[in-house]
Write a protein that binds this ligand. Structure first.
Ligand code: HEC
Ligand code: HEC
Ligand code: HEC
Ligand code: HEC
Length: 119
């Protein structure tokens, strides 16, 4: 019995660590795969050999220009309320901000210093 609960505790700790590790690096492709989306839905081929194109993103999500506005700050303490999908640079390729197998980056920050997380 005692042996059993020690094993149980060990396994629980192990599972928890794995869960935390997985959570730290859940990139967009994994989010999609969990939602039942297949490699082919983004890549157009079952065994991807090149980057997926933003054309596929738009087939499911549209151009996002009517998404909700959000609040965010810049490093200078200023605050902004806007839809990152519909700002002054006009139409930007989805994949310039949203990466799928690595961390996303905010394209706007090539010029600005906004504190805004991209999923
Ligand atoms: C076959 C349809 C489909 C395609 C293609 C697709 N998506 Fe998605 N996307 C979804 C669905 C469904 C969800 C919702 C997943 C969830 O939240 O459970 C989603 C969720 C998202 C999210 C929100 C993730 C989050 O953590 O909140 C982003 C951002 C996103 N997609 C961007 C993209 C980009 C960028 C591409 C192109 C590289 C793309 N999607 C291609 C269907 C698609
Ligand atoms: C300038 C950078 C940028 C570009 C380009 C961009 N996004 Fe986003 N996207 C964001 C940010 C930032 C968020 C998080 C918004 C929030 O926190 O509500 C987001 C959130 C999302 C979401 C999830 C939240 C929601 O409102 O449903 C989806 C889906 C999405 N983007 C799809 C797209 C698609 C499709 C394109 C191309 C047409 C695109 N994005 C282009 C920055 C960008
Ligand atoms: C949400 C859409 C999406 C899904 C789902 C997805 N990918 Fe990708 N994939 C991309 C995008 C966009 C890139 C470009 C690099 C990046 O954003 O990480 C890419 C890049 C790649 C590359 C590198 C190609 C190169 O030469 O740079 C490979 C290989 C790849 N994906 C394989 C897969 C496999 C295998 C699956 C299924 C398990 C998958 N991808 C699922 C969007 C997706
Ligand atoms: C090529 C450089 C460049 C890029 C990329 C860029 N901007 Fe700008 N942005 C500017 C310039 C230049 C101004 C006007 C100068 C000023 O008043 O600071 C400006 C002004 C703004 C302002 C007015 C408030 C402020 O901070 O001055 C907002 C808000 C803004 N941009 C949001 C965005 C968003 C959101 C993105 C990404 C979708 C983006 N910008 C991408 C150059 C850029």
């Amino acid at each position: 019995m005692r042996q059993c609960s020690i094993t149980f505790i060990f396994l629980s700790v192990l599972c928890f660590s794995i869960a935390v590790a997985a959570q730290e690096k859940t990139f967009l492709a994994e989010t999609h795969i969990s939602a039942g989306i297949k490699c082919i839905d983004c890549h157009e081929t079952a065994e991807p050999v090149k980057k997926a194109s933003a054309k596929k993103c738009k087939e499911c999500h549209g151009d996002m220009t009517d998404a909700d506005e959000i609040n965010f700050k810049d490093s200078g303490g200023g605050s902004h309320t806007l839809n990152p999908h519909n700002a002054h640079p006009g139409e930007i390729r989805c994949t310039l901000c949203h990466a799928s197998h690595k961390a996303s980056t905010l394209y706007c920050n090539t010029c600005h210093k906004f504190e805004l997380q991209v999923p």
